[in-house]
Design a protein around this ligand. Structure first.
Ligand SMILES: Nc1nc2c(ncn2[C@@H]2O[C@H](COP(=O)(O)OP(=O)(O)OP(=O)(O)O)[C@@H](O)[C@H]2O)c(=O)[nH]1
Ligand SMILES: [Mg+2]
Length: 210
């Protein structure tokens, strides 16, 4: 059984300023509205209803925190870039997201999710730049990879890998599908590393062998 299946809902916060506990370690999932952040968290944790997903963009307005163990958390951030959100709210969100990346000491890495068919929009690039500036490692997941045939999927992944080199930081790119599980082992491996759980990875692997 994967370590991540034990995730439980911890708390919701209306904004980053309201986040309390900054002990331990956390990894945040960010991306445009509808990119598939909540679906990815559900797939990772093998819990269909852990994070709320929706066909309507902008569904996750709150920051939702999930606990893995007493020292480790996963964070589902509200999506950005949804056209119908008023401009002042958009600006406020961008400002607080920037502060979260800069100031939150327990943040160990950022997973940036982008639809494989429309990657690296302006706001995605800004976010990755902010993360790289504060030396935060970034994992780009190209979501909904099941929507493309293998050839196009590989071409898109290579294109984003090449483009991401321009960020000059610790940026890794994988294609991902919450529908069929593509990219889940790669995601798990990166999270184990960021959360200081390489030992757990070994245990999980041994369990599979047994
Ligand atoms: N085919 C396919 N659909 C997906 C995948 N991931 C998410 N979706 C669909 O995309 C829509 C949005 O998914 P969510 O997980 O709610 O997206 P989100 O990024 O959390 O959206 P917000 O909370 O609004 O920012 C839903 O209809 C999902 O079923 C995927 O890997 N493949
Ligand atoms: Mg969501």
């Amino acid at each position: 059984m994967s370590y991540f299946t034990k995730a439980t809902f911890l708390t919701s916060a209306p904004s980053i300023e309201h986040l309390s506990n900054s002990d331990g370690m956390e990894v945040a999932f960010a991306g445009r509205s509808n990119a598939g952040k909540s679906s990815a968290l559900n797939r990772l944790t093998r819990q269909k209803g852990l994070a709320r997903t929706s066909k309507t963009p902008g569904r996750t307005q709150l920051i939702n925190m999930f606990e893995l163990d007493s020292e480790r958390r996963l964070v589902d951030l509200p999506g950005y870039g949804y056209a119908k959100v008023p401009l002042d709210m958009k600006l406020k969100w961008q400002k607080s997201l920037g502060e979260y990346l800069q100031k939150r000491k327990c943040l160990k890495g950022l997973v940036v999710l982008m639809d494989i068919r429309h990657p690296l929009k302006d706001l995605d690039q800004n976010l990755i730049h902010w993360a790289v500036e504060v030396n935060l490692p970034v994992l780009i997941l190209l979501t909904k990879a099941d929507k493309l045939k293998a050839g196009k999927r590989k071409a898109q992944t290579l294109m984003v890998r090449e483009a991401s080199m321009a960020f000059c930081g610790d940026v890794t790119v994988h294609s991902f599908s919450s529908l069929n599980g593509l990219g889940v082992p790669e995601l798990e491996q990166v999270l184990f590393k960021w959360l200081g759980l390489e030992r757990q990875l070994k245990d999980d692997a041994e369990e599979i062998v047994e």
